[in-house]
Design a protein around this ligand. Structure first.
Ligand SMILES: Nc1nc2c(c(=O)[nH]1)N[C@H]1C(S)=C(S)[C@@H](COP(=O)(O)OP(=O)(O)OC[C@H]3O[C@@H](n4cnc5c(N)ncnc54)[C@H](O)[C@@H]3O)O[C@H]1N2
Ligand code: MOO
Length: 432
């Protein structure tokens, strides 16, 4: 059909209207998943001091030269150096300090001998571990027999060996996952400048919708999309608010939208965008805040997901994406259009799900509508390089959707896909 808009054009129009949210300062715990907007510098070297990588004894090299189990080096133990110790004892010739992993290397010491290379101060054979601190609260004393010679600097983690002072710990644009948050904490940063998580309001429309837990009256169904889209928004890194379903009444929907605009960076509606007599999203959005035409409704060269609306609404021109009501249509539309929009707002460079190519594993050829890009649900086998469709093309098949881990993309000009054909696959979040 001539009046269909391509998937790529619709996506380009949406992304062209997205602006990254203004950066804010967030505490580390709140910044998880956010994108940095500053280069974070290392204020002081990491580690901040030379420290031991083993539980053992800090020694001077000349004292342990040629040591063996038969001819051990016998050293006087001057005390303990525990992790956190601020004033370790000096190790002079003929002396050793018992040292714990992470404790500062005492002045004079040139290497650490692991406790297993010594008698642990017992006077017997090789030790397996240290005597607990509780057995001698005043700390180690007496003598230790060292059975092997360490290399110079052995088991010493040098100041700055992880990262030096003044280096860029993380550049602007970094996504703050667990390792990045760990690094920020390690260099002592309590808060960072990031783009906030977009706040998304999800509104399901339809007089047939019932909330899970309520009894189902004749002709009615449960509201799947509210939960599905709010969860998809969270998976995309947004904070999502689900508004319980709004009935097919333009006035109620308009009032709900006007209420929700204040807390939304982006609004997603589902349902009410096709050509039925009760498709009120179109009606309600046509003159929201008295500005007709702000939300444009289109028919896309896509299956599922043909009817779509997009526009900027309210005085702050908040992006609104009106998705079709069939649950699979709503989900596929979210993945293809809403997710990249949210990630652009959050400042991510990678907007889309990862994609790969795989050969179709099916018993028979799959039909696909002419002139429409089809997104079938599938299961990807990365080892075999194949993808298997789950369920049919119907956009009400939510049970099959729940089994899938990917979308198979059938191009617009293909009307039949033979088994073995290579297709593009959009990889969704892993199920486990
Ligand atoms: N004459 C035509 N009819 C339809 C066309 C068309 O081009 N001409 N397009 C079809 C396509 S394609 C789609 S997709 C749907 C889109 O319809 P709407 O966006 O207006 O959605 P509704 O009519 O409100 O609902 C469609 C379907 O989905 C169920 N639904 C809606 N919301 C939810 C929800 N929150 N949870 C679970 N299920 C939901 C609803 O009950 C309907 O069965 O239009 C076709 N029709
Ligand atoms: O486009 Mo509808 O989304 O095919 O079912």
């Amino acid at each position: 059909m001539a009046d269909l808009t391509s998937v790529d054009d619709h996506l380009a129009d949406i992304l062209g209207a997205m602006r990254p949210l203004d950066a804010i300062e967030l505490n580390l715990a709140d910044a998880h998943g956010c994108v940095l907007t500053e280069d974070v510098l290392v204020p002081q070297a990491l580690p901040p001091f030379d420290n031991s990588s083993m539980d053992g004894y800090a020694v001077r090299l000349a004292d342990v030269e040629g040591a063996s189990e038969a001819y051990p080096a016998v050293l006087r133990v001057v005390g303990d150096v525990a992790a956190g110790s601020g004033a370790p004892p000096v190790v002079r010739p003929g002396e050793a300090a018992r040292i714990m992993t992470g404790a500062p290397v005492p002045p004079g010491a040139e290497a650490v001998v692991p406790v297993e290379w010594t008698d642990g101060g017992s006077g017997g054979g090789p030790a397996e571990s240290m005597a607990p601190h509780s057995s001698r609260p005043e700390g180690a004393g007496g003598e230790v027999r060292v059975h092997r010679t360490p290399a110079p600097g052995a088991h010493i983690r040098r100041r700055g060996s992880d990262v030096g002072a003044g280096a860029v710990a993380l550049p602007a644009g970094s996504v703050l996952g667990a390792p990045q948050l760990g690094l920020l904490a390690a260099i002592g940063r309590p808060a960072v400048r990031v783009r906030p998580r977009p706040r998304v309001v999800v509104i399901s429309t339809g007089s047939e919708l019932t909330q899970p837990g309520d009894p189902l009256r004749p002709g009615r169904i449960y509201d799947a999309n509210g939960f599905l889209l709010a969860a998809a928004a969270r998976e995309a890194g947004a904070d999502a608010y689900r508004v319980a379903a709004v009935a097919d009444d333009a006035g109620t929907l308009r009032a709900t939208l006007e209420d929700q605009l204040v807390r939304a960076d982006l609004i997603v509606t589902s349902g009410g965008v096709s050509v039925g007599a009760y498709d009120v999203v179109k009606e309600a959005l046509a003159d929201l805040d008295g500005s007709p035409g702000r939300v444009e409704f289109r028919r896309l060269a896509m299956q599922p997901g043909k009817p779509q609306g997009f526009g900027l609404v309210g005085p702050d021109r908040i992006p609104l994406l009106a998705l079709p009501g069939n649950p699979v249509s709503a989900y596929v539309s979210f993945e293809i259009f809403v997710r990249p929009a949210l990630r652009a707002m959050a400042g991510h460079r990678r907007l889309h799900r990862p994609r790969t190519r795989a050969r179709l594993a099916a018993g028979a050829p799959l039909p696909s509508p002419a002139g429409r890009r089809q997104f079938l649900r599938g299961l990807h086998d990365p080892a075999g390089g194949t993808v298997r469709p789950v369920g049919g093309a119907g956009s009400h098949l939510i049970a099959a959707l729940a089994q899938a881990d990917c979308l198979l993309t059938v191009p617009e000009d293909v009307t039949e896909v033979a088994p073995g054909t290579e297709l593009e696959v959009v990889l969704l979040a892993p199920a486990d």
